[in-house]
Design a protein. Sequence first.
Lengths: 156, 289
Amino acid sequence: MKWVRYTLPAAAVISAASPAYAVKYLSIEEAQKQAFPQATRFTEVQAGRVWKAEGAGRVAGFFVFDRVVGKHLYIDYAVALSPAGAVQRVEIMEYRESYGGEIRSPSWLAQFVGKTSGSALRINGDIRNISGATLSSTHVTEGVKRILATYGNHLR
Amino acid sequence: MAITSDSFRRARPLLGTFVEIEVAGAAEASMAAAVEAAFEAIADVHRLMSFHEADSDVSRLNREAALRPTAVHAWTFRVLKAATDLNRRSNGSFDIALAPVLQRLGPGSRDAIELLDEHAVRFHRPDVAIDLGGIAKGFAVDRALEVLRRFDIPCGIVNAGGDLATFGTNPHTINIRSPRNPGRIICSVEVANQALASSARRFDPFHAEDTMSSAVIDPGSLRPAHAVDGVSVRAPSCMIADALTKLVMICGTDAGELLEHYDAAALVIAPDGNLQITSTWHHAVHLAA
């Protein structure tokens, strides 16, 4: 197999305040409905953080909203707990990451315009698909453990 | 009539990273059901192949396969088959039996894993322990894609922290980060009906530039691989793309023949910051200005 070599231009100086990249997947209401589709009522147990889901006169479970720091910025996520306090699902609601300056620069983006048909790259939109070294979800996993330790035995 | 919405996008923490699934072109209810089933397939792979969960196939093999033939799930067997083939073809450079090195117990070994009939596995040395971390994530992405197709979803992408696969008519543009500066995108590639996986050395600007490590261990030296700074591999399946990134991290551009055998292409970020791209792929790569 033949390899073709490219020399990259020197890296532009990255400003200290990198713009943020964010993907919003779900609002709290949407995430609640998705986690407990059978529930008809969500009662706040702890303001802005814990809700009790009820439907057909029974407790369907608990919905816990939390945020942890990802690499640099917050990741919002929700944990759906069964009435017995077991984790039923963990869903990312909003993912944020600080980013290099070039991404939002129109001149950098302009080079891709017309080269992609129906591709995901958009000016004024977000940069959707990124590959590189694997991002770690350790902080979310630790957050879920903390939620279980805090609420797993106390809600019910 | 079903309402067709633009796209449906969800993310969950699985496989030690963030798995994002995005689909488009179908009714919202069927997209929601397909994405839910696809996440379940990924969670199944996680349960079967996690090194850290005590009741996974991998943990059972590490406890029992040196004592007696141990039966595993058909999926685990498929991954082991691919991994042992890769080990043979790469003369041992791809090795799933390096877990003892990662745990600082001693070296791994070749030909120590025997695959038997009826999905049974036997280890021929008591000190063998396997870790499918270098290949199972890609396999999970492939299974998720298979589920989405079975639900008749016309197009989509499954991205497990950078190891991804796409299907459908539209190409997806994937941005490749610089390993030394993750805030910088060095190029973008278009991927259609194929998989793309990336691997890179870890860079910590708070330490000296030379203390950069890698999650990939070179079986030859038993040290973190340092042939290249980072690599992205395009392949027909994400399992193969995932595994081949580890091989290129270890062998650098010498992995060319293996890439050719697996119908794969690669983009290598050299320690001097320059790129090397296989000639079969360079037309699809757009460098950042």
